[in-house]
Structures are given as structure tokens and as C-alpha cells.
Design a protein around this ligand. Structure first.
Ligand code: MRU
Length: 349
């Protein structure tokens, strides 16, 4: 049992673990205003594609509860405006838009009912989405743990655990399922510059599960692989195009290229809610560019001259040909992805 949760609904408010403070402090934010959810997503108090999706749905529910009108048409218009505001929080993780589409579909399907009842439905839907995310991640873990052999040395990048999801995790969930199945293995954790999701969060989560890990600077992955110390890599995803091209935390593409060079299988683990079948390939994925200060500074302290220019792309795109398999709740998809993913496109185009 893991004694923390990334996000939950608590009667009339949202509680979320402030990931900016980890691993130093475990502080839960209590949020009643959807604008604070937007701020929490923007500033990475809550982050990771599936967790962002759940936060967006809960933010939309908070926004709906605060609306004063009893008129269904006015309610629908104002709720649409709130969802559009939330959608602008971050651009890359498609789960954000998937979640907002889903709550808006609920509002539309019940547009004839009294506003109070629609609000209740939206709160309930957000909670269902949280629960479903855990179930999906557990299925993904079961489906994916077969790729981790006994005694393996697994490399991962960024954070993909319970913190990054409603519960359990995606890539880290696959590792957790393998561990719970009795396999013993160890993990190389890329620190994940510039915001150190690997160093701060993945280490913290692996430590709580009890999986042994070693933290490395991102630049050390090549040397560790060249010494024959990595058997496979598993990472998460923020958006996967119809052909399997995958956007994930900046640095992931480099890990995939290194794996290819060293003949190491490179896996992606993500739920179907992270697939964007409306785009044919990764060139259509919008990549978030964040403030340069996240690169030039750490904890408010300058690391570079005051006038240093910095490029802060939050994500990169790994071409599908570098991916040995995409682990989903429906099983491990193998290349060519345009064929193996085809049965799951239904309704998502
Ligand atoms: O900027 P972040 O921390 O939200 O980026 C998170 C990632 O890139 C994760 O690897 C991805 O969302 C998968 S999380 C299960």
C-alpha cells in the first residue's frame, strides 16, 4: 500500500499533493477554485499526462459548481468557457483535452436536466475518471511486466509513477507490477533536467515501493549503456500519434537513440487516453516551450550568467522506429504501430 495520492476529490474540494515540494515535504493543496487547478497544472504542482487529465476533469467540476445560473443554456455556455480556459494550461499532454472532451460530453448528454443535477454528474464523472485511471494502470502493469526479465537493469526517464497518474503509474506501474509479481531487478533513474522529475520524484516513489535504484545525471546514460549495464528502457508518454511517434519529457528521444545504438529495447507505457489518432505522426504534436529561467536557475539560484540565453523545450518526440513496443491497458503493441493500434482508433479519430 502506497500512503500517498496525487489527487483526489474531497466532498467539495480537490486535494492534490504539491509535487514542487517533493521530496523535501509532503504538502497537500486544498483547492476550491478551478483557476487554482489551472495554476497547479501550469506550475507542475500536479504533472504527468494522466494526472493532468484527472486534474482537468476535477477543475472543470469545481468550475461548474461555482456557476450561479440555473438556466441550462447559460450554464452550458459558461461551462464551455471554463473548459476552454483549463485547456490552455499546458499544450502537449493530450490527456488534458481528452478529459475535458469527456466532461463536456457528459454536460451535453444531460443538457435537458436541472443545472444542479448536471453539476452532480460532472463531479461524479471526475471521480470515475480517477478510479478508472488506476484500473487502467494496473492492467497496463500486468500486460507490460512480461518485458522485465528477472535480474534486469531497467533505465527510465522523468516520472511515471502514482504521482504522474490517478494512481499506480504507467512505466513505473509496469515496474511495480513486475516487482509485485516477485521479480527482482534494479532501475537506473535519469535525473531529468531541468526540473528533476527523476531525481526528486521517481527516486521517492521507487524508494516507497522498495525497488532498488541508482540515480544518474542524464548525460551518464550513454556511458552506463556502453558498459553493458542496461537491459531495457521503459518511459511514459504525453501524446502518441497514430503511427506510434511518441512525445515525452525532453531527453527521452536521446535515450531512445542511445538504446538503438547499443541494441537495447526501448519501451513506452501509456494508456489509450494518451493516444491522439487525429494526427498521423509526431510532427503534429505541439511541444510546450517553458520559461528559460527553469534552465538557468535551480531553486531560485542562478546557474548561469544573468544574460544567458536558454531554450526550454519541455518535451521531444521519439520516432516510432526506435520503439520496441508500446505497453497499453490492452496489451503490448508491436511495430508496425499503424496496424497494431488500428483496432483502438475507433471513436478517437
Ligand atoms: O512536464 P511533466 O513532468 O508533466 O512531464 C511528464 C512526462 O513527460 C511523463 O513522462 C509523462 O507525462 C508520462 S506520465 C505517466
Amino acid at each position: 500500500m502506497i500512503p500517498y495520492c496525487s489527487i483526489c476529490w474531497d466532498i467539495d474540494k480537490v486535494k492534490l499533493l504539491d509535487q514542487r515540494q517533493l521530496p523535501r515535504e509532503e504538502i497537500y493543496l486544498e483547492i476550491t477554485d478551478y483557476r487554482e487547478i489551472i495554476e497547479a497544472i501550469r506550475t507542475l504542482a500536479i504533472r504527468g499526462a494522466p494526472a493532468i487529465g484527472v486534474a482537468a476533469a476535477m477543475g472543470a467540476a469545481l468550475g461548474a459548481l461555482a456557476l450561479k445560473t440555473e438556466d441550462p443554456k447559460e450554464f452550458a455556455d459558461q461551462f464551455g468557457d471554463i473548459c476552454r480556459e483549463i485547456a490552455a494550461a499546458r499544450p502537449t499532454a493530450v490527456n488534458l483535452f481528452w478529459a475535458l472532451d469527456r466532461v463536456q460530453a457528459v454536460a451535453r448528454a444531460h443538457a435537458g436536466e436541472p443545472v444542479a443535477q448536471v453539476k452532480e454528474r460532472l463531479v461524479a464523472e471526475a471521480q470515475v475518471m480517477l478510479k478508472e485511471d488506476e484500473t487502467i494502470n494496473r492492467h497496463m502493469g500486468q500486460a507490460g511486466q512480461v518485458v522485465i526479465p528477472e535480474g534486469a537493469r531497467v533505465l527510465t526517464h522523468c516520472n511515471t509513477g502514482a504521482l504522474a497518474t490517478g494512481a499506480y503509474g504507467t512505466a513505473l506501474g509496469v515496474m511495480r507490477a513486475a516487482w509485485e509479481a516477485g521479480k527482482r531487478f534494479s532501475v537506473w533513474v535519469d535525473e531529468t533536467r531541468p526540473l528533476l522529475q527523476g531525481a526528486r520524484l521517481t527516486t521517492w516513489e521507487l524508494g516507497k515501493i522498495g525497488i532498488p535504484y541508482t540515480l544518474i545525471p542524464d548525460g551518464a546514460a550513454a556511458a552506463v549503456m556502453s558498459k553493458g549495464l542496461v537491459d531495457l528502457a521503459i518511459v511514459g508518454a504525453d501524446r502518441i500519434a497514430a503511427n506510434g511517434d511518441t512525445a515525452n519529457k525532453i531527453g527521452t528521444y536521446g535515450v531512445a537513440v542511445l538504446c538503438h545504438h547499443h541494441g537495447i529495447p526501448f519501451y513506452v507505457a501509456a494508456p489509450l487516453s494518451t493516444f491522439d489518432f487525429s494526427i498521423p505522426d509526431g510532427s503534429h504534436i505541439p511541444v510546450e516551450e517553458r520559461a528559460g529561467a527553469e534552465v538557468t536557475h535551480l531553486w531560485g539560484q542562478p546557474l548561469a550568467p544573468a544574460d544567458a540565453a536558454a531554450l526550454n523545450l519541455a518535451f521531444d518526440v521519439t520516432p516510432n522506429e526506435l520503439i520496441a513496443g508500446i505497453i497499453t491497458e490492452k496489451g503490448v503493441m508491436r511495430p508496425p504501430y499503424s496496424s497494431s493500434l488500428k483496432p483502438y482508433r475507433h471513436g478517437k479519430d
